[in-house]
Design a protein around this ligand. Structure first.
Ligand code: NI
Length: 241
């Protein structure tokens, strides 16, 4: 049975709300992910993980918010970003829409670090004066269980952006798309110390092929399947059924 909100009718949502006030909201970004990572990695990963968590915990899952705060990636073609204030406004209005119908427990599964400040700001906007709302932010790649696996298999080469972990997860969930990704690219040297925040041009100059400290040639669909399952198990434990 699907728990995808978009595949329900409004009477089905009304019925669900009689016994449960929880919803999972997957968010991510549409941004460059180095020479061999798909541009959609951050929302594809959180969306696929969220759908599985929804099925397992019998919790509705909203459509994914595919766009986030990715201004620092704008010097790479294909990146689509909202500015922080716009993103906070979009998140706030989407949470408020759900709250209006009676949802009270919001679990956001996030796939992009640049979204975190805006997500926290939007939570504060919506929580203002409300007693019974609960927000949980789960940055799936920050889960300790995921970190243990990545450390063991990739070590420091996992990096910070276009990581082995996130490329692997989407190699598992989007195998067809990766068949068309050229594999004859060469990785430029990458640095591990840098100022933050960076302008788009600074980012491109510092990280010329888009990766931050990672060696995603180590990524495989097999690793991705394991990391995906580890993340789903850990999130299910966190949110309960
Ligand atoms: Ni990413």
């Amino acid at each position: 049975m699907t728990y995808n909100l978009a595949e329900k009718t409004w009477p089905m949502i009304e019925e669900y709300l009689k016994s449960k006030k929880s919803i999972i909201i997957p968010v991510g970004s549409t941004e460059q992910h180095g020479p061999n990572g798909l541009i959609g990695i951050d929302y594809m990963s959180s969306w696929e993980i969220a759908k599985k968590v929804g099925e397992r915990t019998k919790t509705l899952v909203s459509p994914p918010l595919c766009f986030g705060m990715a201004l620092h990636h704008m010097a790479f073609p294909g990146t689509m970003s909202l500015t922080p204030l716009t993103y906070v406004a979009v998140l706030t209005e989407l949470f408020q829409s759900l709250a209006k119908h009676g949802f009270r427990h919001f679990t956001v599964i996030n796939g992009h670090g640049g979204n975190i400040p805006s997500l926290n700001a939007a939570f504060s906007q919506v929580l203002n004066g409300e007693q019974d709302y609960q927000f949980k932010l789960i940055n799936w790649w920050h889960l300790p269980e995921v970190g243990v696996y990545e450390k063991e298999h990739f070590g420091d080469a996992n990096g910070f952006h276009a990581t082995c972990g996130e490329v692997s997860v989407t190699m598992h969930t989007h195998q067809e798309a990766y068949k068309e990704v050229p594999t004859n690219f060469k990785f430029a040297p990458t640095v591990r110390e840098y100022p933050w925040p960076m302008s788009p041009q600074q980012f491109r100059t510092t990280f010329s092929d888009g990766r931050m400290g990672s060696d995603p040639s180590l990524a495989t669909a097999a690793h991705g399947e394991k990391i995906f399952n580890i993340a789903v198990d850990a999130i299910c434990q966190k949110i309960g059924s």
